[in-house]
Design a protein around this ligand. Structure first.
Ligand code: GLA
Length: 382
């Protein structure tokens, strides 16, 4: 059913495009058919492509390597468009030193303690790449894989379907996992991510996107003046390896309280032991709404100077807010600027870190016959 509906709509959209504009790659309602170019090559010669998309005032450049969003532009209150995400100019920089800039993260967003978990009585040892822990899927996660990319235009939407099959045992994870991620730019300029996956053996899964935001513009300096609101009364404190202790602590009366919105810099130097340990914010907020059938609004990020505002809606139960603590002035990005600590932040919608080792956290288990489905919507405004 789903498939035939899509086919019909895609066909209709193509028909409209063909009768209105020929040769300019124009789709409907300001959307443009995604354009593909060669971005570079991996050391073994594998081609990496870059796709450019535009709709409703938002522009995206996406790489087939890691599903990386290299640039994302949208206008400020005066209509001035700027790139608001960190990234690199070359594939070599992404391969050599990217701290997950703009990438798809899998199989497991954030950390799994000691890179180990037990499922159905069997213990699995994962690739360990962050001290004694496994971070963002291990040494070669989804951020370092080549995805098959297929463009689409449908009604007034434009987008990309990204496919990757992770083989049984990859990075230590059980099951052949077929993942499909869809990036959609709507006619309102929203960027929607739909994740889908199936497995042939019981496994754990926690997919997310690791975009580094600076709404004043990539490379323009600190995000400490950005105002952030997170609809969460609790967060999950961590140990010194940034693994959740299993506790869910109240944000009230702590620097972790973003319920009413505040500048990120306001309490970032408050000396709370959890902040000292993480060098800032690098925690999972327990969203008050919990898991929902559809994406619900959970966070707003606003740059008061430009007016640029990002709103995030998700169906997921958690949000990892990372204040760019490990950016140390050694990376130079797309705008030829150096990235220093706090020059961007990440807002990763997800299940809680290390869930496979905490039975009381919402489950991240995926079994054969089930389809993993989750969606996050980024809306832009000024
Ligand atoms: C996530 C983690 C951080 C850090 C960054 C990448 O946000 O929580 O600790 O690893 O990714 O540097």
């Amino acid at each position: 059913m789903e498939l035939s509906r899509r086919t019909v709509i895609a066909g209709a959209a193509a028909g409209i495009a063909a009768t209105t504009t020929v040769g300019t790659a124009q789709a409907t309602a300001g959307g443009r058919k995604p354009v593909k170019e060669l971005f570079g090559r991996l050391a073994d010669g594998t081609k990496v492509h870059r796709w450019s998309l535009e709709n409703g005032g938002t522009r995206l450049k996406v790489l087939s390597y890691g599903g990386i969003v290299q640039t994302l532009e949208f206008p400020d209150r005066h209509g001035r468009r700027k790139n608001v995400v960190l990234g690199f100019d070359t594939i070599d920089d992404y391969v050599a030193k990217s701290p997950y800039f703009g990438a798809l993260i899998g199989r497991y967003g954030n950390r799994i303690g000691k890179g180990r978990f037990t499922l159905d009585g069997k213990t699995y040892q994962l690739s360990v790449n962050d001290g004694e822990n496994s971070l963002h899927g291990g040494a070669k996660g989804f951020d370092k894989r080549i995805w098959d990319v297929e463009p689409f235009t449908e009604d007034s939407d434009v987008g990309l379907h990204l496919h990757y099959t992770s083989v049984d045992g990859e990075m230590g994870y059980p099951g052949t996992l077929k993942a499909k991620v869809t990036y959609t730019l709507t006619r309102h300029g929203d960027w929607r991510i739909d994740y889908e996956a199936t497995t042939d053996k019981a496994t754990v899964l926690n997919l997310t996107s690791h975009v580094y935001w600076n709404l004043a513009g990539e490379g323009s300096g600190t995000i400490e003046d950005h105002e952030l609101t997170i609809a969460a009364s609790r967060y999950t404190p961590t140990d010194s390896g940034l693994i959740p202790t299993g506790e869910s602590a109240k944000v009230a009366g702590t620097p972790f309280d973003f319920r009413h919105g505040k500048a990120i810099g306001q309490d970032i130097r408050a000396g709370h032991p959890q902040q000292v340990q993480a060098k800032g914010y690098d925690h999972n907020w327990v969203l008050d709404k919990g898991i929902t059938a559809r994406p619900e609004h959970i966070a707003t990020l606003r740059d008061p100077r430009s007016g640029r505002t990002l709103k995030i809606a998700t169906d997921q139960p958690g949000l990892q807010f990372y204040s760019g603590n490990f950016l140390d002035g050694t990376l130079v990005g797309t705008g030829s600027h150096t990235y220093r600590q706090g020059d961007a932040l990440c807002l990763e919608t997800q299940h809680f870190p290390d869930s496979p080792n905490h039975a009381h956290f919402p489950s991240t288990v995926l079994r054969p016959g089930q389809t993993y489905r989750t969606s996050t919507v980024h809306s832009f405004d000024a």
